[in-house]
Design a protein. Sequence first.
Length: 258
Amino acid sequence: MKNVVKIQKAESSFTDRRKFLKISGLTMVGTGLLLTGCNKDDYIFISPNDANLTSKYGGGHFPGVKNGVFDLGGNDLGVLTYAYALEQLEADFYTKVVNASGFTSNFTAEDQQVLIDLYHHEVIHRDFFKATLSAALPNPKKQLLPDLAFDYGGLNFSSRSEVLAIAKALEDTGVAAYNGAGRLISNPEYLLLAGKIVSVEARHASAIRSLINPNSKDFAGDDVVDTTTGLDVKKNPSEVLAIADGFITTPFTALYLP
């Protein structure tokens, strides 16, 4: 991975929001370290062949290759694997953004500050899920989702308008994905951590929307926040993966997720 160019801090009204984004990212570092310290033995006592498997482990449907293709699995570990796939996508996208040849010339100083922060956060989220799943899966060598490959078509990573449009789509979809997956998680610790991550992703979505349309109400637009209920959009894994499939080229299935 290339080193990100350090951008000198710009004086703008966006500084306070950027500080919040950075604090949120650092908080996730601590959270990741806390969860990855869990005892692996808490999980491996359950055998895929045990007739008394609890539903929270997908009735034995652990992540892994099924019929020659990797499947995300079911319930708690399947949801974490699903989130890991999405975080791989976001981390890969922002890595390409901040290392694009036109990043320092075609994006404003404010853009660069925010996008670099988002890059760091998504890399943290990706690595957090990888470490968590490596500790929780009975056989991570076979059950951990491999590194995915991505294709962004003709996207010009040096184009501000194109990059921000894709960033908006990814962040809005990411928030909807976590909102929709929460009901599928039974482990309260996992649910708490998912709630912390989705709050950061929502900040990302708002920040990108503010870059696209400053000083507007788009940061919490009625296309993502229901004006009647005050709730954000939610999507099932099948809906989200249909969108992400436009970027992810590594084949996998999600047979045990709705």
